[in-house]
Every structure is written in structure tokens, then in C-alpha cells.
Design a protein around this ligand. Structure first.
Ligand code: ZN
Length: 210
């Protein structure tokens, strides 16, 4: 696929493809596209394995940036584990896409506030209470950029890897066709057990916890 193939004639100005390259990884050889989000002022990534243009039922992970989890293997959350699981499943299927959304750190509050919230969690607040104590939204993430990227990649419909019901409804309201939802089960540890319990009980995430 060439760069020009991905540019629809009437691309909205909010998201535009700026670069494409091959990206060999531990989980197969992907094609990496960078999309500039002009509205949010960030660059998102689409990591594509196999042919997804004009395809239905494409295995898809829409992943919110989490520097501590994705880069440093933090055990305070399960983001890094979910990202690795998604990449592994896409590798096994030999087809799929990971849309990596920037500006989603700490469910949208940014890295500084997220780390401040961690401090409050160490004093006994849960992840929802900590955001509220900081006068910040519990979850301000938006997913229309992911919908637009899927549209520009000409993906017809997806199998969505997620535990998050808000993500499903946000993508549906952005006209993404979701064929099925596949939960990602990660292994809770001593540090994220309470966090995952809060995500399950207060944010409705589909998690099986013991
Ligand atoms: Zn995380």
C-alpha cells in the first residue's frame, strides 16, 4: 500500500496521514502509519499487520497511551499487558490493527496529573476518587480520532479487543461497525488488584477477578 492510497479525496482536516513505514517487531512485521490529529495537537499511530483495506471483521485494538504501563511495564495498571496481548493475538491471526491514541494518559488527565493521582491512591483513594479529588474528569478520553483512522484505512468492520464498554459505545456513535467484542483477560497482581476492581465496579469494565 502506498501513502497516496490511504488518502480519501474528502479527508476531513482534523486527522491526516503524515508518514508510513515498515516496522518489524517481535510480533511480526507491521506497517506503521502516523496520523496527525490537528484538533488535539498530537500524533496517533496505526500499527497494521496484513491486508486490512476493504476488510471486514478486522482484529482491532484501540489503545490509550499509558507511558508508565506501555514503556516501563508498570504494575499499577494493566495497559502494557493488554497492549502485548493484543499484538500477540494480531500476530497469531496474521491480520489486524492497533490504533495507539496519544493524549489519553491517565484516562485523559495527562502524565503529571496521573502521577499526582497515584500519590493520592497510595493514601487510600481509588482511581476514580483520586481524579475527582484533583478536580479532574474521571474519564475524558474521546475516540473519534480512532474512528477516523479506521475510515482512512478503509476498514469495513472490526472485532474489537477491549474490556471497556465506554470505548464500544463511543466507537459505535462514531459510526464504526463492530462485529464482535473480545475481552482481554490480564493477570492481576498485588499492585493493580484494587485498581482493576475499581475499573470493574465503578467503570463497568469486563474483567473476571478473583
Ligand atoms: Zn496504564
Amino acid at each position: 500500500m502506498r501513502l497516496d492510497d490511504l488518502k480519501p479525496a474528502s479527508a476531513p482536516a482534523s486527522i491526516s496521514l503524515t508518514a508510513t513505514s515498515r516496522l518489524p517487531t517481535r510480533y511480526g512485521e507491521y506497517v506503521l502509519h502516523v496520523f496527525q490529529d490537528h484538533q488535539a495537537g498530537v500524533e496517533h499511530i496505526a500499527l497494521v499487520l496484513g491486508e486490512i483495506t476493504n476488510s471486514s471483521n478486522v482484529l482491532t485494538r484501540v489503545h490509550s497511551e499509558c507511558l508508565t504501563g506501555d514503556i516501563f511495564s508498570s504494575q499499577r495498571c494493566d495497559c502494557g499487558e493488554q497492549l502485548a496481548a493484543a499484538q500477540s493475538l494480531i500476530h497469531a491471526a496474521q491480520q489486524g490493527v492497533i490504533i495507539y491514541l496519544r493524549g489519553h494518559e491517565g484516562r485523559g488527565i495527562g502524565i503529571t496529573s496521573k502521577i499526582l493521582a497515584y500519590g493520592l491512591q497510595d493514601q487510600g483513594l481509588d482511581t476514580v476518587e483520586a481524579n475527582i479529588a484533583l478536580n479532574l474528569p474521571v474519564d475524558s478520553r474521546q475516540y473519534h480520532a480512532a474512528a477516523e483512522i479506521l475510515k482512512q484505512l478503509k476498514v469495513v468492520s472490526i472485532r474489537l479487543l477491549t474490556n471497556n464498554p465506554d470505548k464500544v459505545s463511543a466507537l459505535l456513535s462514531s459510526k464504526v461497525v463492530i462485529d464482535s467484542i473480545l475481552p482481554i483477560q490480564t493477570s492481576p497482581n498485588a499492585f493493580n488488584q484494587a485498581y482493576l476492581q475499581t475499573k470493574k465496579l465503578k467503570l463497568g469494565h469486563a474483567l473476571s477477578l478473583c
